[in-house]
Design a protein around this ligand. Structure first.
Ligand SMILES: NC(=O)c1ccc[n+]([C@@H]2O[C@H](COP(=O)([O-])OP(=O)(O)OC[C@H]3O[C@@H](n4cnc5c(N)ncnc54)[C@H](O)[C@@H]3O)[C@@H](O)[C@H]2O)c1
Length: 371
């Protein structure tokens, strides 16, 4: 198969969908890979590195779309790319169709095969192509939180791990899923006193078993949250209710009960946030202060560490991309339920219920396109 990798053109997107190691893997399987010039530079991969791995560098995005049977990307196509997409072309990338009606209509019109990273799903309902970005964001939450706890950054002026004779900081993690677990691990490693709250008792049991001694687990409810925020120096919001807006576990009135200079990092901001006063911010301007409480609410945290994020993402996407190339999308999706769940729009038809419901557009059962 002919694989094409365009340079991401969304604002501030430095990740790339394929590394030189990925190119070598495609070549080993007998495929041809075209990379747009400078596609990997934001993640630290030069054109020469791709060429050495066996790819051909193309000068323009148009040339990549023109030649490729499968386009592998990171972010959804943006308006200027729509016209480049060809009928029957396979696009393997994040789409998040339910948040863009324009994109949904555009992909229907182009009659492409849209396989979305975010809906590839395992039998246990986990989302293997979202997990790596949650891992990155969870770990980063502590790094950023520690930074903003410094006095010149607006925080309380407290060192997470303390020193001999001085108590460490208290870190409260709301939600003990992927983000929360990674955040707790990082904070514990730095020597902080960590509390993780979740509503799932089996999850708390698991965390209690695997976490070090400086991590406590507590059932999440309003009373316990109100008590814990009074003591916390750094609070990480990592709650998710799949398919719904995050619940507001910290409401505006609760800010007054916190210590001035407390830092809130609401990682769940992309789902509306679990802290009422959080609104999305950017890496250029990541924080704001309300009632003397520092809010960090960057909606695309992994974007700040493109090298790590690219490797983490491509480690997860490559095995699926190789299957698609080896078998073609129809056979690959018939033989792999996880990939089949990734199909969202096929030849002008919406085959993913959530997308048809989001925009009240006709739904076509997947069996009709995968005969
Ligand atoms: N800002 C970013 O850059 C970025 C990056 C990656 C992920 N995220 C977001 O981070 C959030 C968490 O993702 P995840 O992968 O860890 O999800 P996850 O499903 O692995 O974990 C969510 C956890 O929240 C718990 N939960 C639900 N309701 C709760 C409540 N009332 N109190 C306490 N816990 C509760 C669940 O039991 C679950 O353990 C998501 O909204 C995700 O989209 C943001």
């Amino acid at each position: 198969m002919i694989i094409g990798v365009p340079k991401e053109i969304k604002n501030n997107e430095n990740r790339v969908a394929l590394t030189p190691a990925g190119v070598a893997e495609f070549k080993k399987n007998g495929h041809t890979v075209y990379i747009q010039t400078l596609a990997g530079v934001g993640s630290g991969f030069t054109d020469e590195a791709y060429e050495k791995a066996g790819a051909t560098i193309l000068p323009t995005i148009e040339a990549v779309y023109e030649i490729a049977e499968m386009i592998v990307k990171v972010k959804e196509p943006i308006a200027s790319e729509y016209k480049l997409i060809k009928e029957n072309q396979l696009l393997f990338t994040y789409f998040h169709f339910a948040s863009s009606e324009e994109l949904t209509h555009a992909m229907i019109e182009r009659k492409a095969i849209c396989l979305a990273y975010e809906t590839v799903e395992k039998a246990d309902r986990s989302l293997p192509l979202l997990v790596p970005m949650s891992e990155v964001a969870g770990r980063m939450a502590i790094q950023e939180g520690a930074k903003y706890l410094e006095k010149p950054m607006g925080g309380r002026g407290i060192l997470l791990g303390g020193v001999a004779g001085v108590k460490p900081a208290n870190v409260l993690v709301l939600g003990g899923g992927i983000v929360g677990t990674q955040a707790a691990k990082m904070a514990a490693g730095l020597g902080a006193n960590v509390t993780i709250m979740d509503i799932s008792l089996p999850r708390l049991r698991y965390l209690e078993d695997v976490m070090p001694a400086n991590v406590d687990t507590v059932m999440s409810n309003e009373y316990n949250v109100r008590e814990a925020i009074k003591l916390a120096d750094l609070i990480i919001g990592a709650v998710l209710i799949p398919g719904a807006k995050a619940p507001h576990l910290i409401t505006r009135d609760m800010l007054k009960e916190m210590k001035p200079g407390t830092v809130l990092v609401d990682v769940a901001v992309d789902q509306g946030g679990c802290i009422e006063t959080c609104t999305p911010t950017t890496h250029e301007n990541p924080t704001f202060v309300i009632d003397e409480i520092v809010h960090y609410c960057v909606a695309n945290m992994p974007g700040a560490v493109p090298y790590t994020s690219t490797l983490a993402l491509t480690n997860a996407t490559l095995p699926y991309a190789i299957q698609l190339a080896n078998k073609g999308w129809e056979k690959a999706c018939k033989e792999n339920e996880e990939l089949k769940k990734g199909l969202n729009v096929v030849n002008g038809k919406i085959v993913y219920k959530g997308v048809s419901e989001a925009w009240k557009l006709p739904y076509c059962h997947i069996s009709e396109v995968l005969a």
